[in-house]
Design a protein around this ligand. Structure first.
Ligand code: GLN
Length: 455
């Protein structure tokens, strides 16, 4: 049924970059046969899963939304995908994304944009717009995404779906095509908080292939979500509202839905506490130095020799000519912009002024969170300051995209978990609004509990 749905609607939406219906059907039938043979399978066995194209799998190509990886196929599965397969989930396709996960609208994909399922011609957010729309348009019940600065949470908000960024190190990054390694985190997307928690449980846990993977006994996120719907589950919960996250640019309809969500929390016994995080106003600036710096290093491996595309200049040339011709054609404008920014920020003479300062700001933001979480259990904010904008509306002005990340970025700089869930639509445009909940590192379960309570 999901493959039929993809065939019917994805021509318009373009949530998927690769599908292989017959292979997916065969995988689903194999699960049916195991069940028929009396094997006890997990509760997600046979459920379709869409996979952001940033994760490598053996059964389909992986491009990370870039021309430079066109035709690339991995010899191994990303750990999150391997764990999903072991639980019986069936990969039904790879989803569209901004090139190398750089962007907030999925318009930076080298393969064309994804349309928001709420309104053709509107962006789905990014970078994981494909996964969010696939879930929101009922093409799949579950999807995987990656969140380096909001790429799971912000598209969830703009498409009226749910998405979680786990604690940094909670889910293995093995097989995730790296953007900025100190910020990247793999996480689940779905239509409900409970569905999201079920996928979270499947993919979480230590992996020796990822040196930053945490050795931690994670409690069941699904159990927390199920607890959340019980009466009184929010009694005594202290919810922080950070002044600096209530940006001047917040759209009126977003603010209205957020205030309503706070009222709902209060009605269920939570206590709202206003808090200050004085360094959050520098988060976007710090992020857009740290991310390009790390990305410029991670993307150096696309040299035309080891992976994907190779462009040889007319009449041949040296190895360097081939590399530069390949990178010229293979990378899009935003990727080039960030590589140039990153190499500049890391260069001798500028390192202390830019990268070094940004790392200091990152520490101050981590301290702001530590101070905040000494006073509250969770932090609430709008996930994004606006609803979905029109395709092309931010063209030529990347700053507008960057500013849309102001609410999601602080969590990545601090490595803490975040969840976005839908809280209705804005009156002015009828488009969905997301509520973001943040918790201290390791306290992901708290988000599912509170999220399920107010869903
Ligand atoms: N909008 C952010 C950026 O462009 C999101 C990145 C991400 O989470 N992958 O960097």
């Amino acid at each position: 049924a999901h493959l039929d749905r993809v065939a019917a609607v994805d021509g318009d939406l373009h949530a998927f970059l690769h599908t292989d219906a017959s292979a997916s059907l065969a995988a689903a039938r194999a699960i049916d046969e195991r069940r028929a043979a009396g094997e006890t399978l997990g509760e997600l066995a046979g459920v379709p899963l869409a996979v952001k194209d940033v994760l490598v799998t053996t059964d389909m190509p992986a491009t990370s939304g870039s021309r430079i990886l066109e035709g690339y196929r991995s010899p191994f599965d990303a750990t999150a995908v391997a764990r999903a397969r072991a639980a019986g989930l069936v990969n039904i396709g790879k989803t569209n994304m901004d090139e190398f996960a750089m962007g907030s609208s999925t318009e930076n994909s080298a393969y064309g944009p994804t349309h928001n399922q709420w309104q053709h011609g509107r962006v789905p957010g990014g970078s994981g717009g494909g996964s969010a729309v696939a879930v929101g348009a009922f093409e799949t019940p579950l999807a995987l995404g990656s969140d380096t600065g909001g790429s799971i949470r912000q598209p969830a908000a703009l498409t009226g779906t749910v998405g979680a960024k786990p604690t940094y190190g909670g889910v293995s990054r093995y097989g995730a095509i790296a953007l900025a390694s100190s910020l990247d985190q793999i996480g689940p997307c779905a239509r409900t908080v409970l569905d999201t928690s079920l996928l979270h449980d499947v993919i979480a846990g230590h992996d020796h292939h990822d040196s930053t993977s945490l050795r931690h006994e994670w409690p069941s996120m699904a159990a927390a979500a199920r607890d959340g719907v019980a009466d009184d589950s929010l009694r005594g919960l202290r919810v922080g509202v950070v002044r600096q996250l209530m940006l001047d640019g917040v759209q009126p309809g977003v603010k209205a839905r957020f205030d309503e969500a706070l009222a709902l929390l209060t009605a269920q016994g939570a206590e709202i506490v206003e808090i200050d995080a004085p360094h959050f106003e520098y988060a976007v600036a710090a992020y857009y130095l740290i991310l390009p710096a790390e990305a410029s290093s991670n993307l150096a491996k696309y040299d035309s020799v080891r992976f994907g595309l190779r462009v040889t200049p007319d009449g041949g040339g040296t190895v360097e000519d081939v590399m530069s011709a390949t990178r010229e054609v293979g990378f899009g404008a935003e990727v080039k912009r960030r590589i140039i920014l990153g190499t500049y920020a890391l260069s001798a003479g500028y390192y202390d002024a830019y990268y070094g300062s940004a790392q200091k700001v990152r520490t101050l933001i981590q301290r702001d969170f530590a101070n905040a979480f000494a006073q509250v259990d969770v932090i609430a904010s709008p996930t994004a300051p606006t609803t979905a904008w029109k395709l092309g509306e931010h063209a030529g002005d990347p700053m507008q995209d960057y500013l849309n990340d102001a609410t999601t970025i602080p969590a990545n700089l601090a490595g803490i978990p975040g969840l976005s869930l839908p809280v209705g639509v804005a009156e002015e445009d009828g488009l969905p609004v997301g509520l973001q909940l943040l918790a201290p590192a390791f306290e992901d379960a708290r988000l599912y509990r509170a999220g399920a309570a107010i869903e």
